[in-house]
Design a protein around this ligand. Structure first.
Ligand code: ADP
Ligand code: MG
Length: 349
């Protein structure tokens, strides 16, 4: 007999789960995205011990059918993608059918869900991708509540590493702030360790959300950005606060008296994207400036990007990367000079 053997499915699934959900804040992001995909207008997140003890997301979205409970936590089972070609035109956050499966491989998962047309909610408990008992009728409002307990109970090293909760608590707060600012039309509430962190109204006012989360002083300096390229088929929009001198920003950061915010969404998806950050940074650095608030959105023809790069879907590949950077840099150069009156260092002399 040879030395090579197939890994048992549960080992494969647990390894994959560890990749999709490296940290509790990854699970929060996935669950919020599912809620948004389900059309929710209210999303409540409740965590204890930075999500390790309890991680719960409740929404008022369209709910999950009872018949779908059998598959909901199975890997690569999704209601959003049907054939490979659809990948080009995905309008939803999810499409890989991995999030709930992954969660059920690293935590104990309970789902309570009710569709508007059903008389009652149904609930089920899941472990390692499977329902552990038949679904049961339950009390509950229209929408879905997903609860994960004892996250990483079967990955002790990871659990211990996360035991210093401070950093993770902050990461969870930051993710929620990011979504709340991106979607002022949705009400987000965050509770950590049984006390309220924040709640946004969901009435569509971007300014109110920034005021509420980052303070009025900053919100008062925020102005909109907008650039459309017909050639490269993209629309670049966003909001940015009036830049301040980098030296002042550093002092404030050292005193921890300032909160800064930088986010990039591409076709509605929160991504880490240096391609959009770079031209902004170049322009600011060339003037020794720093922006405390910068929220960027790129809407681009889906055929010119690839979002299926990594299971976390946080990276994107662009077809015309250099050209996009150049157009945004030129636009932002002019913007900073014209709107804020800051000229580059070379030009000042
Ligand atoms: P994906 O989002 O890639 O489809 P997930 O594992 O995140 O995969 O979710 C699996 C399926 O469960 C989704 O396709 C959707 O049908 C359903 N689902 C998950 N969360 C919700 C929710 N909050 N409301 C309604 N349906 C949900
Ligand atoms: Mg999903």
């Amino acid at each position: 007999m040879g030395l090579i053997q197939r890994l048992p499915p549960d080992v494969v699934n647990r390894m994959a789960a560890g990749e999709v959900l490296a940290r509790p804040c990854n699970a929060i992001k996935e669950l919020i995205e599912n809620s948004l995909d389900a059309g929710a207008t209210e999303i409540m997140v409740n965590v204890q011990n930075a999500g390790l003890k309890l991680l719960q997301v409740t929404d008022n979205g369209k709910g999950i059918e009872r018949e779908d409970f059998d598959l909901v936590c199975e890997r690569f089972a999704t209601s959003k993608l049907h054939k490979f070609e659809d990948l080009m035109h995905m309008k939803t956050y999810g499409f890989r059918g991995e999030a709930l499966a992954s969660l059920s491989h690293v935590a104990k998962v309970n789902i309570v869900s009710k569709r508007a047309e059903d008389k009652c909610a149904y609930q089920g408990n899941f472990l390692d991708g499977k329902l552990i008992a038949p679904t049961k009728p339950s009390a509950g409002k229209t929408g879905t509540c997903i609860t994960a307990t004892d996250l990483f109970y079967n990955l002790p090293t990871r659990r211990n590493k996360m035991a210093t909760h401070g950093e993770e608590t902050k990461a969870i707060h930051d993710i929620l702030v990011r979504f709340a600012i991106h979607r002022p039309d949705v009400s987000f509430a965050l509770r950590q360790n049984q006390s309220s962190d924040f709640r946004t109204k969901g009435d569509g006012s971007f300014r109110d959300v920034v005021c509420n989360l980052l303070g009025r002083d900053l919100a008062d300096t925020v102005v909109p950005l907008s650039l459309e390229s017909t050639r490269l088929k993209f629309k670049f929009t966003g909001n940015i606060s009036k830049p301040i001198a980098s030296a002042t920003a550093k002092l404030a950061q050292n005193r921890k008296s300032s909160r800064s915010f930088f986010s990039v969404f591409i076709n509605g998806r929160s991504v880490r994207c240096d391609i959009l950050k770079q031209p902004i940074d170049d322009v600011l650095q060339n003037r020794s400036l720093f922006c405390q608030f910068c929220s960027l959105h790129l809407e681009i023809d889906e055929t010119r990007i690839d979002v299926n790069v990594h299971p976390t879907k946080s990276s994107v590949i662009f077809l015309e990367k250099e050209d996009i950077i150049d157009e945004i840099r030129n636009y932002f150069e002019n913007f900073v000079s014209e709107i804020f009156g800051f000229e580059p260092r070379e030009a000042v002399k």
